[in-house]
Design a protein around this ligand. Structure first.
Ligand SMILES: [Zn+2]
Length: 273
């Protein structure tokens, strides 16, 4: 069933929603299967890499139909849009939720653009996520500053924009291939004290398993995971090809690696649950 992020937050009263970056049909299907196996709704998220590879107007209808056919609630979410044009394309392509990432802008410009996104998206029934502070990248090709979120700026940003959820910078970094992030629980608590809005953690592949459970139980509402599934799929395909050097058919290669993706997604969902 296709839903918005807001619907999923209502569904998950006492733990966080898992948002997974997916890059096409195969990993999207495995995330849905992981949701169905655990009885948990999930968010399928399209990041800039995915959108650069396949346009949103192709991805949106595919993921939307897959969400509609799923036995659990599924949000189809655009992750890290930096242009209003991408938001408009996502709205037109059937996404149920969007993130506007103004984290690299000065705060007044972030506020102004996020407000426009909220107006556009809410008018069409989509949920909106935005970012205050900045979650950096461990990937040197990604040029983004890293800055922790201050509780007071989270409060004023939320009050000025009316977003449905807020991504905050509290110790994680995107694209970590090892689980080494140090989570600042004091900062999370201070932000929660200052503002009553669902909080989102990006870059959670770098968080330790016990921190995923702890953050979920500390009231974080959405936890974004991308790299862990990319690793599972990539390593799985390598294993298949090394086991059979003659194999060349991409469908056979992917089909044999897809269960690895489902297993990785299920493991993370269970940690949050
Ligand atoms: Zn992110």
């Amino acid at each position: 069933m296709l839903v918005t992020l807001k619907d999923l937050f209502r569904e998950k009263k006492d733990h966080a929603l898992a948002g997974f970056n997916v890059f096409g049909y195969e990993d999207a299907l495995m995330v849905i299967r992981a949701g169905e196996a655990t009885g948990e709704g999930v968010a399928l998220m399209i990041n800039r890499d995915a959108a650069a590879h396949m346009p949103l107007r192709y991805l949106g209808p595919l993921l939307r139909k897959m969400a509609e056919d799923a036995k659990v609630s599924v949000a189809v979410h655009l992750d890290h849009a930096v242009e209003i044009g991408a938001i408009e394309e996502a709205i037109a392509s059937g996404f149920s939720s969007v993130m506007f990432d103004g984290s690299q802008l000065e705060i007044p410009e972030n506020v102004e653009k996020t407000r426009r996104v909220v107006e556009l998206a809410h008018a069409q029934g989509l949920s909106v996520e935005a970012e205050i502070g900045s979650v950096g990248y461990s990937d040197p090709n990604m040029k983004a500053k890293h800055r922790y979120t201050e509780p007071e700026e989270a409060k004023s940003f939320y009050e000025a924009t009316g977003v449905d959820c807020l991504a905050v910078s509290v110790g994680t970094v995107h694209r970590m291939t090892e689980q080494k992030a140090v989570i600042q629980y004091d900062r999370i608590a201070a932000i929660q004290q200052a503002v009553d809005v669902p909080l989102v953690i990006h870059g959670a592949s770098g968080a330790k398993d016990e921190d995923l459970t702890k953050m979920s139980h500390a009231g974080i509402k959405k936890i974004n995971l991308g790299t862990c599934l990319r690793l599972a799929f990539g390593h799985g395909m390598r294993r298949v090809m090394e086991a059979d050097p003659e194999i060349f058919d991409r469908i056979r290669i992917m089909q044999q690696a897809m269960p690895d993706v489902q297993a990785a997604a299920e493991q993370k969902i269970r940690l949050l649950g």
